[in-house]
Design a protein around this ligand. Structure first.
Ligand code: NAP
Length: 442
């Protein structure tokens, strides 16, 4: 049986889990795939803190320098599990230039430097696999690239950040305030000590960029993706939304607008309580894909964690190993078919934030006085934004009360213009809360 030799870079949460799970499932993998994957070198700063059980075996394979992995003639493919856009980028580029396929879980790198990486990948005929970069253990990328290859993707939306979903679930189910829910997430190990990257939506935006590139068929520029996090969400808004029949989720939303043209965004979103994603709680990820042939397909499962993520990395690794074997053993001169369509190296157009159309939830703190609603409605009307429903808890005349408006479809640019005018009204006493509403009907 052919053994495929692997260089592993990074021995943290995911790297050590890949090593352990490859060892414990070696026979199963060999039986199922007809190949033996063997890690022959590990580039890591330090193994000692994680060395225990199977990891002790890793110490024998330790090399200090990432360049050694690429230069090692035994290494046939490289698994990058360092993260970030510094050394990981240099390692991947030099692996590809050496013709060595790469497996990575690095969404930040793919989102920010994906085009450079896919151009090098094509130039040197060395593919990149990246299943674990989005939604941890859920085989979503493989489904988009292979299982659903017959489809155009009209719409893809989902919960791709477990930290935010945990916090919003605690706020929804237990009425915890944002800060309290965040502290709990940190205590449970679901949020970093510095949670900025998750709660401000950047992690979800990296994943949305990777998914949008697959939907569009060409690289999406991360810097063009509108991002809004969940810091400003209050239990009050979650409760008003519930009264109106909606649940609040941080979603990545991607709509195809044609070849190499997409709408992509990340923001807290009100979705009908009847939508399946409304009942996805805790750190679970869930993604809905609307294919032109298959219709709606849902995926859900663990979006992070060493073991779950290593499941996705090992799946990629076996695919990459198959590619290596095919390439080395093909009849000389016969062209090797490309692996299922990766992200094209062309740049995709991204719809500007102002052009995006959705429904809106507005909460305004207004003086309880006759004529207030009419003035606000007339500003919205002038911007061609229709009101679909109004909720105003009973208050005392002359006091500040919440006024909740649900609108029909509106362009984001028109909504921003109308809000600027509404905020200037003397009867509006607090900064309006604005949330997008999506029903995903078409
Ligand atoms: N953790 C998850 O649940 C999860 C889920 C999906 C995707 N991912 C992705 O998987 C990748 C790895 O994540 P992780 O959670 O395993 O991170 P991690 O626990 O921080 O592990 C990264 C490892 O790389 C090591 N490293 C840093 N610079 C290095 C260098 N120059 N040479 C060799 N090793 C170096 C680090 O060592 P030091 O600690 O000594 O710096 C650390 O052990 C990231 O791209 C992440 O986005 C993670």
């Amino acid at each position: 049986m052919r053994t495929v030799h692997i260089g592993l870079a990074g021995f943290g949460t995911v790297g050590s889990a890949v090593f352990r799970n490859l060892q414990s499932n070696a026979e199963l993998l060999a039986r199922r795939c007809g190949m033996r994957p063997e890690i022959v070198a590990i580039a890591a700063k330090n193994l000692s803190s994680r060395a225990g059980g199977a990891e002790r075996a890793a110490a024998r394979l330790l090399v200090r320098d990432l360049d050694v992995l690429v230069a090692d003639s035994r290494v046939e493919l490289i698994v990058e599990l360092i993260g970030g856009c510094g050394v990981a980028r240099r390692l991947i580029l030099s692996s590809l230039r050496a013709g060595k396929p790469v497996v990575t879980a690095n969404k930040a790198l793919l989102a920010e430097h994906g085009r450079e990486i896919f151009i090098e990948s094509r130039r040197h005929g060395a593919p990149v696999w990246f299943e674990a970069s989005v939604a941890g253990g859920i085989p979503l990328i493989q489904a988009l690239r292979e299982g659903l290859v017959a489809n155009r993707f009209r719409l893809l939306y989902g919960i791709v950040n477990g930290t935010c979903n945990y916090i919003l679930s605690r706020m929804t189910l237990e009425g915890a305030g944002f800060e309290e829910a965040l502290r709990e997430a940190q205590a449970q190990g679901f949020a970093e000590a510095d949670p900025t990257f998750d709660i401000d939506g950047y992690d979800a935006a990296h994943k949305a960029t990777v998914l949008a590139s697959l939907v569009a068929g060409g690289c999406v520029n991360f810097r063009k993706v509108p991002v809004e996090g969940i810091r400003h969400i209050t239990v009050e808004d979650i409760r008003f939304a519930q009264r109106l029949g909606y649940a609040l989720k941080l979603l990545a939303i991607i709509r195809s607008l044609g070849p190499n043209h997409v709408e992509v965004r990340v923001h807290p979103t009100l979705i009908p309580v009847t939508n399946r994603l409304a009942s996805i709680h805790g750190v679970t990820n869930a993604v809905m894909v609307r294919g032109s042939v298959v219709g709606d397909v849902e995926f859900s499962g663990p979006g992070a964690g060493g073991d779950a993520t290593s499941s996705a990395v090992i799946s990629d690794l076996m695919e990459a190993a198959r590619h290596v074997v095919l390439q080395k053993e093909r009849v000389k001169g016969a062209p090797l078919p490309q692996p299922p369509s990766a992200v094209g190296s062309v740049a995709s157009r991204v719809a500007p934030a102002e052009s995006i159309v959705s429904r809106y939830y507005l909460r305004l703190g207004v003086l309880d006085r006759p004529g207030v609603l009419a003035r606000i409605a007339s500003i919205l009307g002038a911007a061609k934004i229709g009101i679909s429903s109004v909720l105003q808890p009973e208050g005392h005349e002359g006091r500040v009360v919440p006024l909740i408006l649900m609108t029909h479809d509106a362009r984001h640019g028109a909504m921003l213009g109308a809000l600027a005018r509404i905020r200037r009204l003397p009867v509006v006493k607090s900064r309006p809360v604005v949330l997008r509403v999506e029903t995903f009907e078409s």
